[in-house]
Design a protein around this ligand. Structure first.
Ligand SMILES: [Zn+2]
Length: 123
């Protein structure tokens, strides 16, 4: 989701490409997965407002990723030993796929000449 159409207009036509790059070892998604899996342990984070706002946005991605894993592998997937790692990796790929939504929004709002691309960088 783009902040607003004004954001694009303010760039004065110089913007040609939006790239969303997910990456392994992500310092945002990894703690978000841990918060998602163990919410009680991370309650103190809730009082840190800047961190909280980042986490809230990323948690939506983690939740979506969990739904996909359960839909694909069944509800017992959450008990598998490497589930945390799988959830992190799926979340990274899903975050990168946000570029698809951006591309659709550009198309819907008839922004021509701006492309969106995504990728996953494995460190
Ligand atoms: Zn990151």
């Amino acid at each position: 989701m783009l902040g607003s159409t004004n954001t694009l207009e303010n760039l004065g036509g110089s913007l040609k490409l939006i790239v969303v790059l997910g990456h392994s070892g992500c310092g945002a998604l990894t703690p978000a997965v841990d918060v998602f899996l163990h919410p009680r342990e991370y309650l103190p984070l809730a009082t840190k407002r800047p961190l909280r706002s980042i986490l809230d946005g990323v948690l939506v991605v983690v939740q979506t990723s969990e739904r996909k894993l359960i839909a694909t592998f069944g509800p017992t997937v959450v008990h598998r030993p490497r589930y945390r790692k799988a959830l992190i990796e799926t979340s990274i790929a899903d975050a990168a796929l946000a570029a698809y939504s951006i591309q659709e929004e550009l198309r819907t709002n008839a922004y021509t000449g701006i492309e969106a691309a995504y990728g996953v960088y494995l460190l």
